[in-house]
Design a protein around this ligand. Structure first.
Ligand code: XLS
Ligand code: CA
Ligand code: CA
Length: 438
């Protein structure tokens, strides 16, 4: 196997002063942050589909990048060339994980049995590469949205036959995830939703999705999958309305159908903003419900209303993300760059520079989030803000020992309305800036 990314060596940390575009400015794998090496906080993953598959096609134009990696597209030789390219790429960047959909790995055949044979063959090859390199699988998933049969949904389809096809794909993708030692298994419900309620039985569709997820959990546990199942919320696109709208909705669904013990959230930044939330909001909602599992690290564009899947460069967002992750005690999953280089960024060098940008952005976010926590002023302010609940009547409320009558009596005896303290938003934003730009 010959080198694919010729002229691009292993990417090294050179520090923020370096002018070398093919170097890390902030990601220094072994650097200690709050007592632990940076890489322990940041299990980065390569998204097979974007990095090795997406070549720039959009609604208005065809590929701009060459991702044939020297083989004819649509063949098993190409599937293998992608494996070679992917492992060389991850090794040169020091990325320890990858994520995949079934159909990212091999060209899908008309017959599902033939597709599965191809999947067996390619995962044997991937496993060899994993054993030789130490690279691991973060999560696997089944693509149940591209094939025309899923036009009315997979778990939410009207057709029992299509539902069975979805089950067959999940079964195989779970087997592959177990074979590759994946830490997680993702459900992203791209076509689980509706365009109009005129033709949709929402209750029936949601119950059927839950049934499919239960069967997936049962089968996964049976074949030795001990990791987390994830729902990846997204409010829309491709459907007008998707059932896993945001973290709160998905958590409610999981609890309603008794799936909450096996599932966590895979939060994607771009999906958060599509739902009208900040990335941090979705992480916080997941974390306080004990369901912060994994992250799809990308960003959207506030001027565009769709899922642009850009490489993250917004340090504010990355900092607040890492603040949430640190406060939650880390992730059981990792940081999957579900992101693609912009269409005109069409060279091999751009593939590397895109990942360098993403990894540096999260490294900087980690450094700054640790500084916020060590500084203590923001956490200190929040603790102080609620301090009236630390003793007296407040403590009684929190302990669940107060009655409504008692609180009313207490209020009636207060001479004046006491003022809640100032929210000090501007001061806190100033602190954030002073930590970010010191
Ligand atoms: C699409 C999703 C998808 C999931 C995995 O918007 O981000 O790529 O991450 O199916
Ligand atoms: Ca996306
Ligand atoms: Ca995603």
């Amino acid at each position: 196997m010959s080198e694919i990314f010729k002229g691009i060596d292993t990417i090294k940390y050179e520090g923020p002063q370096s002018k070398n575009p093919l170097s890390f400015k902030f990601y220094d794998a072994e650097k200690l942050v709050m007592g632990k090496p940076m890489k322990d906080y940041l299990p980065f993953a390569m998204a097979w589909w974007h990095n090795l598959g997406a070549a720039g096609t959009d609604m208005f134009g065809r590929d701009t990048a060459d991702k044939s990696f020297g083989a004819e597209k649509g063949t098993m030789a190409h599937a293998k060339a992608k494996v070679d390219a992917g492992f060389e790429f991850m090794q040169k960047l020091g990325i320890e994980y990858f994520c995949f959909h079934d159909v990212d790995l091999v060209p899908e055949a008309d017959d599902i049995n033939e597709t599965n044979k191809r999947l067996d063959e390619i995962t044997d090859y991937i496993l060899e590469k994993m054993n030789a390199s130490g690279i691991k699988c973060l999560w696997g998933t089944a693509n149940m949205f591209s094939n025309p049969r899923f036009m009315n949904g997979a778990g939410s389809t009207n057709s029992a036959d299509v539902y069975c096809f979805a089950a067959a794909q999940i079964k195989k993708a779970l087997e592959l995830t177990v074979k590759l030692g994946g830490k997680g298994y993702v459900f992203w419900g791209g076509r689980e939703g509706y365009e109009t309620l005129l033709n949709t039985d929402v209750k029936f569709e949601q119950e059927n999705i839950a049934r499919l997820m239960h069967m997936a959990v049962d089968y996964g546990r049976k074949i030795g999958f001990t990791g987390d199942f994830y729902i990846e919320p997204k409010p829309k696109e491709p459907m007008k309305h998707q059932y896993d709208f945001d973290a709160a909705t998905a958590i409610g669904f999981l609890r309603q159908y008794g799936l909450d013990k096996d599932f966590k959230m895979n939060i994607e930044a771009n999906h958060a903003t599509l739902a009208g939330h900040t990335f941090q909001h979705e992480l916080r909602v997941s974390a306080i419900n004990g369901m912060l599992g994994s992250i799809d690290a990308n960003q959207g564009d506030y001027l565009l209303g769709w899922d642009t899947d850009e490489f993250p460069f917004d340090v504010y967002e990355a900092t607040m993300c890492m603040y949430e992750v640190l406060k939650a005690g880390g992730l059981t999953g990792g940081f999957n760059f579900d992101a693609k280089s912009r269409r005109p960024s069409n060279t091999y060098e751009d593939m590397f520079e895109s990942y360098i940008l993403g990894m540096d952005t999260f490294a900087l976010g980690l450094i700054k989030a640790a500084e916020i926590i060590e500084d203590g002023r923001i956490d200190g302010f929040v603790a102080q803000k609620y301090s009236s609940f630390n003793d007296g009547i407040g403590a009684k409320i929190v302990a669940g020992e107060a009655t409504l009558e008692e609180l009313a009596d207490y209020a009636h005896n207060l001479k004046n309305t006491t003022e809640p303290c100032s929210g000090k938003q501007e001061r806190l934003q100033g602190i954030l800036n002073s930590i970010l730009f010191k």
